[in-house]
Ligand binder design. Structure first.
Ligand code: UDP
Ligand code: MN
Length: 483
């Protein structure tokens, strides 16, 4: 079992023991089970790209599509082989595909191309009105397709994702995903799930069966009207292998007038892996950073600074030519990133208005506040200023919080230690007033100043009564007073 795990980074032995047409639980909300959809839904082509995928997971994906979709809605399944090196994905796959009751096209990339260009190839070959992309290790559950297509029928500019359920990488057990999380991203431009905010619950008047407007998508599984996919600029063909394309498409859809939604009545399982089984020609970091730079340069305007200042090494990565993507943005008259932050993602980890971004340096010791790679609820520390971003990057925001990504400096008692807690935007223990003349950071709730006193041989960030000493003076990097 352990040997087989290494091949695909999931329990292949378990997968191979499970029927390709196994039953799955119906995990939908009750309100979804009785919904009635229009008779004439647009039909769809299913595009699945793969590189060295295992037989059982790939074919279970295909069978689940066939078994759980109304036959007339699936025009074809397009499999795009991204230059795999496994024999069974050759003739054996073609023979098997001919036995299926839905037309299956198999396309082969001539060289390792990555999922973005493989998907572009697959999409170009589709005949359906809608393109539905799936990963090669998914399972569609009962009723997954109709709500996706119905939403596109209502609005062809809606790009829709199912709830992604979890297929355990260890046991292949099927576990329902949550309808209470949606997609966001952090300062490093990693996709993350965050709780659906109250404003979005309110907009839907508490009806959890209505689609959730999501700032970003995970990227593996979604449906899009084919002509809209082409109009809106499909994918950035300059992106390699994996990564960044999901945020690129998310920003583009929102900024250029579409919408991105999680259709909570549609459930599709996916095997989430803790590591990638395949190679990244050129190096994992290089590839992902290149893709992220392309996305940041084209779509994020000055907010790309958050990404660059926390990861300054990224600036050395060559991202190629983005001029055609920039002209696409111009031609589609897309809105600025600040509009996206304000209207689509106000709860973003990136503050829309801020005074400073970078290190916070103590005048007395010349050292910097450093979160020391610690997690939530731990004390912040100090360290020699290294100018390498990472743990020494903070933003002093217009809400007067001092934050790094989703964590804010927080002090809950007099003379107390400074810890990092999830930003709550309620001011209180997270509100600091910077005095640009005296260079002090006043913690408003306690009326004390951020200080760096010597305690038991080491410096610790704490609050002290304000006394005008140099250890209470701070320099904020890239400070601006006019917002
Ligand atoms: N993939 C591909 N070529 C690549 C990398 C990935 O065709 O160079 C395929 C992969 O087989 C899978 C899909 O793209 O079907 C998404 O990749 P993966 O599942 O590794 O991404 P994750 O789900 O971990 O984000
Ligand atoms: Mn995957």
């Amino acid at each position: 079992m352990k040997e087989l795990f290494k091949i695909n980074q999931f329990n292949l032995m378990a997968s191979d023991m499970i029927a390709l047409n196994r039953s799955l639980p119906d995990v939908r909300l009750d309100g979804c089970k009785t919904k009635v959809y229009p008779d004439h839904l647009p039909n769809t082509s299913i595009v699945i790209v793969f590189h060295n995928e295992a037989w059982s997971t790939l074919l279970r994906t295909v069978r689940s599509v066939i078994n759980r979709s109304p036959r007339h809605l699936v025009v074809e399944i397009v499999l795009v082989d991204d230059f795999s090196e496994r024999d069974f994905l050759g003739k054996k796959l073609e023979d098997y595909a001919r036995t299926l009751e839905v037309p299956v096209k198999i396309l082969r990339m001539e060289e390792r191309s990555g999922l973005i260009r493989a998907r572009l190839r697959g999409a170009a070959a589709t005949k359906g009105q809608v393109i539905t992309f799936l990963d090669a290790h998914c399972e569609c559950t009962v009723g997954w397709l109709e709500p996706l297509l119905a939403r596109i029928k209502e609005d062809r500019t809606a790009v829709v994702c199912p709830i992604i359920d979890v297929i355990s990488d260890e046991t292949f057990e099927y576990m329902a995903g949550s309808d209470m999380t949606y997609g966001g991203f952090n300062w490093k431009l990693n996709f993350r799930w965050y709780p659906v905010p109250q404003r979005e619950m309110d907009r839907r008047k508490g009806d959890r069966t209505l689609p959730v407007r999501t700032p970003t998508m995970a990227g593996g599984l979604f449906s899009i009207d084919k002509t809209y996919f082409e109009e809106i600029g499909s994918y950035d063909p300059g992106m390699d292998i994996w990564g960044g394309e999901n945020l690129e498409m998310s920003f583009r859809i929102w900024q250029c007038g579409g919408s991105l939604e999680i259709v909570t009545c549609s459930h599709v399982g996916h095997v989430f892996r803790k590591a990638t089984p395949y190679s990244f020609p050129g190096g994992t970091g290089q590839v992902i950073n290149k893709n992220n730079r392309r996305l940041a340069e084209v779509w994020m305007d000055d907010f790309k600074d958050f990404f660059y200042i926390i990861s300054p090494g990224v600036m050395r990565v060559n991202y190629g030519d983005v001029s055609s993507r920039k002209s696409l943005r111009g031609a589609l008259k897309c809105r600025p990133f600040s509009w996206y932050l304000e209207n689509i993602y106000p709860d973003s980890q990136i503050p829309r208005r801020y005074y400073s971004l970078g290190e916070i340096r103590n005048v007395e010791t010349n050292q910097c506040v450093d979160n020391m790679g610690r997690k939530e609820n731990e004390k912040v520390g100090f360290f020699n200023c290294h100018g390498m971003g990472g743990n020494q990057v903070f933003s002093y925001t217009a809400d007067k919080e001092i934050r790094t990504d989703d964590l804010c400096l927080d002090v809950s008692r007099l003379n107390g230690p400074v810890v990092m807690l999830k930003c709550h935007h309620m001011k209180g223990n997270q509100m600091f007033q910077y005095d640009a003349e005296r260079l002090t950071l006043l913690h408003v709730n306690s009326n004390q100043c951020l200080d760096m006193p010597l305690e038991e041989d080491k410096m610790v960030p704490t609050l002290r009564d304000c006394n005008g000493s140099r250890s209470q003076q701070w320099l904020l990097r890239n400070m601006t007073l006019n917002l």
